[in-house]
Ligand binder design. Structure first.
Ligand SMILES: *Cc1c(COP(=O)(O)O)cnc(C)c1O
Length: 362
């Protein structure tokens, strides 16, 4: 069987153009050629993050920078917002880094509410907050504007936002939101191969980091900052990704950011329409659905149709498309379809045609 096209919520399908850029000849990472490449993509990356701060490139998957953010910024205690498998993991990571940490839990399928965060931060116990904008396991998007607005009330608390599965599919204006760290990975909505993480930090985050010990070396934000001043990364970067990123930024520029966000919104809607057409309901609470992936309810909560998710996944796979049969404790009782990256009405239409045929065979 040939290549099975990816419609899972990461990694997502990577275009031929990007794969070609990815396999560019290796260059020296301390030479002028690399510094020029780094300097060339900075302004575009800053546009994508809506920031005047430097945007850093980490040779790691997103978890590297997530762990780094904890090690760089938490000195007193971190409040970890938890409403799904990825956000739950933040608490675990913070504890494994030896930090004082507390979870703020919402039900899987529900968003994180600003009021709930406010109530905990008001205790004065915390100096850092972690939030996942788009919980990939449940397909829930939390109200980032409302939550970020709390930063005005708590200017000394570091707001770390994981936008791994929404970044570049949804507008996230870092400076205007007033966040302290915004991070993402290459293999989700950016539609690059896995292995690169991108992030930016506020001046306050650098100031905090300079007071925190135990930052280590590989993910020390101050090392990233120092090296960025010379258009370099702290250690030898994954060069293929950076060539691929330049090529992707070209694509994003051509499409236009607002068009890119609108396309993701439309494709999430057509995916929800497909689910509704087949009698399914959605797992997320009304009004909090993701714009980059759809988590279909398949018995995890009352209402709607229930099918054999594993069989559905395998029937669609036979037709050349990979969707995901649910994650963590909602594996099988949900299934997920991604519309991240380069997808179009046409490419999603091909997936829905295969899904329609598969549904008849269940
Ligand atoms: C995929 C994902 C991660 C993990 O990213 P890795 O690249 O595997 O480290 C973290 N957070 C969210 C929200 C994700 O979707």
């Amino acid at each position: 069987m040939g290549h099975v096209k990816l419609f899972i919520p990461g990694p997502v399908e990577v275009s031929e153009k990007i794969l070609q850029a990815f396999r560019s000849p290796v260059i020296g990472h301390r030479g002028q050629g690399f510094k020029d490449l780094y300097a060339r993509i900075q302004p575009q990356l800053q546009q994508l993050f809506y920031t005047r701060q430097p945007v850093f490139l980490s040779t790691s998957s997103a978890w590297g920078v997530m762990e780094g953010a904890i090690r760089n910024l938490v000195s007193k205690k971190v409040l970890c917002c938890m409403n799904g498998a990825f956000s739950d993991k933040w608490l675990d990571v913070a504890q494994r880094c030896g930090k004082e940490a507390e979870g703020l839990k919402a039900a899987w399928g529900s968003p994180i509410r600003a009021e709930a965060i406010d109530a905990r931060l008001a205790t004065g116990q915390f100096d850092t907050l972690t939030l996942i904008h788009n919980e990939t396991s449940t397909g829930v998007m939390s109200p980032i504007e409302e939550i970020a607005a709390l930063k005005k009330k708590y200017p000394d608390i570091m707001f770390i936002v994981d936008a791994v599965s929404s970044f570049s599919g949804v507008k996230l204006p870092f400076d205007d939101l007033g966040l302290d760290v915004l991070l993402t990975g290459s293999q989700k909505a950016l539609a690059l191969p896995p292995g690169l993480a991108l992030f930016t930090c506020s001046p306050a985050a650098f100031a905090r980091a300079s007071t925190v010990s135990g930052r280590g070396y590989y993910f020390d934000f101050l090392e990233f900052k120092k090296n960025a001043e010379g258009n370099m990364t702290p250690s030898t970067p994954t060069l293929g990704h950076i060539f691929a990123l330049e090529s992707k930024l070209e694509d994003i520029c051509t499409e236009g950011l607002d068009n890119r966000y609108a396309r993701h919104r439309r494709l999430a809607q057509v995916t929800r329409d497909w689910a509704a057409r087949h009698g399914f309901t959605l797992f997320p609470d009304d009004g909090h659905v993701s714009m980059t992936l759809t988590c279909v309810n398949n018995g995890a909560k009352p209402g709607g149709r229930i099918v054999d998710a594993e069989k559905l996944v395998s029937l669609v796979k036979k037709r050349g498309f990979l969707i995901n049969g649910g994650y963590g404790k909602i594996k099988g009782t949900t299934f997920r379809i991604s519309n991240m990256g380069d997808e179009t009405e046409t490419s999603m239409g091909e997936l829905f045609a295969a899904l329609d045929e598969a549904m008849k065979e269940l």
